[in-house]
Design a protein around this ligand. Sequence first.
Ligand code: SF4
Length: 297
Amino acid sequence: MEFIPAKTIISGYSDNPNWFGINYNMNIYIGCCHQCIYCDSRSNCYQIIDFDRVRIKYNCLEIIKKELQSKRKKGVVGTGAMSDPYNPFEKKYMLTRAALKLVDDNRFGISIATKSDLIRRDIDILKRIQSHSPVLVKMTITTFDDDLCKKIERNVSTTSQRFEALKELSDNGIYVGILLMPILPFINDNEENIRSIIKKAHECGAKFVFSYGLGVTLRQNQREYYFQQLRKIFPEQNLDRKYIETYGDIYENSSPRAEYLWKIFKNECEKYNILYNMNDIIRDYKKNYEKTQISWF
Ligand code: SF4
């Protein structure tokens, strides 16, 4: 494992955050070895060299402690945007776990995005944080089919393992939901996939399912990597050519069936009383803290 220097880890305060109400961002690890074929974080614009190699920010816990103590405003700290905080190295190094303890000690809230069931290990701390501040766990699930999952998200828990983790979190009273994104045109953009995920989300106690654009964003080298993987995984289907013919080199590649699928998505969420609108989700997971901690808002 390589340790690299870092000057800062927790970002500045965002006053009116529209992405899940996250006020601060925190990334302990750099790079991610989960190998999702569509990962946006490998794009050139983020300048992460050798993205699949995980590195740890040197002295990260000391920095996080100092930064949390010096923040003038409390808020929700988000993690999991550029790198999964529950990569395989987390089992040994337990840095995400230690960072959660600091979040708890300093009475901040937490929002975690992950595809790993290792998060089950930290239910005890999440419960402690939730006793004083908002907690939101977003489990990313893109396909209901475990076989497809193993092809497009190779090195991380399968969909069924993620659903089990989701259920355990929910059974423990943690506020959980699903990030149903990206939807990959010609691969997982079908009605059955969407219906199955939302039904299972309901059975597992998910409070929300969030999706956006019902497509995948592609840019620079990320597109090249994605096409390379499509050729490897689906050699007979000429999917890379299909993408080029359909989208050229545009950034947002929405499913050709996006409008139809959105109706299904919306109807299914409403049928099971699952939230899908961002503002509703933010309001709901923060609602119990409004009166006690006016500074959250
Ligand atoms: S888990 Fe997230 S950060 Fe890691 S490879 Fe997959 S999409 Fe990228």
